[in-house]
Design a protein around this ligand. Sequence first.
Ligand code: DGY
Length: 427
Amino acid sequence: MRGLHTRREQLWDAAGLILKRNDMGGYSVPTRGLYPYQWLWDAGFVAMGWHLIDQPRAWKELDMLLRGQWASGMLPHITFHQIVDTYFPGPDIWQSPQQNPPTSGITQPPIIATALWDLYRNTEDTATVEPQARSMFQALLRYHRWLYEARDPDKTGLVAILHPWESGMDNSPLWDGPLSRIKPVAVPTFKRRDLNHVNAAHRPLDEDYVRYIYLLICLRNGGYVEPSLYYFAPFCVVDTGYNAILLRANRDLLAMAKALGEPETEITGWIDRAEKGFQRLRDGQGGFYAGFDVRAGVPLDVPVTSKYLTLWGGAASADEALYLAREFSESLGGTSYMAATFSPVVTGFHPQRYWRGPVWAILNWMLSEGFKDYGFKSEAARLRADVLQLVETAGFYEYFDPLTGVGCGGPDFSWTAAVILKILASE
Ligand code: DGY
């Protein structure tokens, strides 16, 4: 009876199937092979996707994730629930103080409070989930507190990342400047495992990996002691996209606090400070820089798409949103599929290499929500329509070539499936 299935139903069922296939019994791998563990920001999107098809399973995703939280409050970017030898760098390289379960030693975009609020406000019977929601709220409060204490010790309102992997956008051209100022020394030889799973032309280069591992070793040698790493780590960057995600997460944490009758003042303080902090990222033209290199003391004026997350975070004024909408269409509207992660008319654009050009479903979804919040309905609709089209034609890939629509990176990707469910549910 296939003919009776609408396009929507087919995509919905296929997305649900991917989440089920990538389920390891309570947590989801992003894709089989390439990423065999639980990643922090993947888990946030995945939980929101699960919630549309299996609510208890969605709560379980967050529960499993929070088992990796450090005593300091830090939420690590990878939780190694079971050890396999197909991924590098594993727990033996990170040597983190958290061993039950073992984890990496860095964090990732703080989307989890947004996921928690999404689950909570879309649960009809909130009484049943309230005890776990309350304990998760406390865990996330500790996480955000850690972010400010460890990564913004000078109280600027914006937090820094100490490794490109913390941005979740590992090889974004945004890091080229800060990384070029770093000279890796004494990096032991290592063997990448990612290239056993996917096309090398889609992945970061070896020279990027040497820097990633060098920075990992610096943080490890620093004993993961924060906030001193903020002052000594070779890479220390305020990422506009990361801070926009944190700003929205704080607004969502505040909504949780209100719903649960928990104190609000600490969270409103973070929001007020962040709104002022964004002043430092304004480019003087009406828009935003993509970041700020704390070590070099310079803004990062790089045409990466992550800077438009200021709309998702609600950091832009109405005038700025208008400017951003225009800049966005002019800079990125020329490809067959929006939104390339890096301006396609700039040297260094690569339509298939990880974060140097491809379209990512999660970014499209966040941007679409941001544009919608500011009343830009056609931009929002285009971002959603393009990603639906890409997935329908190419499959649920990790990312897509914005010129040809070819699927790149890992196949059957959990967060791609999860945001397709979010998009379909909102139509
Ligand atoms: C990887 O292994 O490629 C990850 O992005 C690092 O977390």
